[in-house]
Ligand binder design. Sequence first.
Ligand code: ADP
Length: 397
Amino acid sequence: MQPNESIVVINAGSSSIKFSLYSGAALELTFRGKIENLYSGVTHFAAEDAQENSIGDRRWPDAPLDHAAAMAYLLEFADSHLDGHTVVAVGHRIVHGGVHYSGPQRLDAGVLAKLEQLIPLAPLHLPHNLAPVRAMMALTPDLPQVGCFDTAFHVGQPAEAQSFALPERITAQGVRRYGFHGLSYEYIAASLPQADAALAQARVVAAHLGNGASMCAIDAGRSVASTMGFTAVDGLPMGTRCGALDPGVVLYLIEELGMSVAAVQKMLYQESGLLGVSGIASDMRTLEQSSDPRARAAIDLMVYRIGRELGSLTAALGGLDALVFSGGIGENSASLRAAVCADAAWLGVQLDGVANAASGHGLRRISSASSRVAVWVVPANEELMIAQHTKDLLEPA
Ligand code: ADP
C-alpha cells in the first residue's frame, strides 16, 4: 500500500457503526469514530484523529439515520478529511462466516447472498453487519470490500471442541460450536509474542470481556476451544445475554410458562446477564459504583463463571502459561481482574496488586514476578486486525 492509500474499517452493530481509517504500509491510524443512535433517538456522529482530538461532531435531531444514510454521511465526511489520501478498500467486521468462510473474503453480491442465509445463526448481529456492506456496494460499486469473520480464528479447533453431542443429521446442517470474538483473539495471539517471545508457544486463556464476553484457549497462537458456541449467547454471562444455559430451561419457558419464541429470544439476549441478575444495569461501571447487593450478586456471578470456564479451558490446553484480559471490562476493571485472579490462585496465578491497580492504556503485564502464570492486559484492537486482513487480501505476498 502506498503512503497516501487508506483502508476504512467498519464495525457495525444494531444501533451504531464504529469506523476507523488506516493509512500506508504500516497501517497508521488516521482517524476513528462512532455513529450512535441509528434508527431511534438523536443520531450522533463523532470522529477523532490519532491524537484523540475531535475532528467531527454532528447530531440529527429531526430524524434518526439508518445504516445506509449513516454510511453515506461517513463517506462524505471521509472525502473531506482524507487530506490527499485515497480509500482503496473497506474492511468489515462480520460476526458469522458459517462453515464456508474460514478467512477474510472479498465481498460481492454472490457472497452477500450466501452470508444472508446465515442470518438465523446470528439474528441480532449479522443483519447489521451486512447493512453497511450493501450500502457501500450501492454507493461505491468499484471499491473493494472485504469481510473479516469473528468465527474464522476458531475454524481449526479440534473436532471435539466444535461438536455438540447431537444426532449427526443435525450436526450435518451446521449445528455446531463456532466461537466468536475471533478477531480480538487473533490480535491478542499476534500481540503477545511481541511483548514476550516465549508466549508464541504458550498455553494462553484470553478473556474478552465487554458488553459481549467470551473466553478462548489459545495453544501456540491457535484457538483450541472457546466459551461461545453456535451463537454468541453461549458461555459467560454478559451485559444482557445469559451465557451458558441448560437447554431444558428454554423448553420450560416455552412449554410451561407459555412464553413465545420471540419473548424467549429477547429475554436470553437482551434482558439477562448483568442486567437481568442485578435488575439495575448491564454496564459494569454502574454496577461497580452501586451499593445495591443485587449489583454485587451480578458481578460475583460473572467472576464465578469466568473462574469455572478458566478451569475448563485450562483442561483443554493441558495447562496454563498465561491469562489475558481484554475488552472494556477486562482492560479497565482492576477489581474484576483481582477477583478472577484470586479465584485462580490454585492454577498458579499471582497478581501484582500495584501493577493491576495502576491506570494504563497499553499492553501490560500485571502478574507478580514469581507468578507461575503470566497475567497480561491486552487492549482489544479488532479494527487493526481487519485493516491488516483487508490489506493482505488486496496485495497477497
Ligand atoms: P463492546 O462489547 O460493546 O465493544 P466494550 O468492550 O466497550 O463493549 O465494553 C463495555 C463494558 O466495559 C461495559 O460494561 C463498561 O461498563 C465496561 N467498562 C468500561 N470502562 C470501565 C471501567 N473503567 N471500569 C469498569 N468497567 C468498565
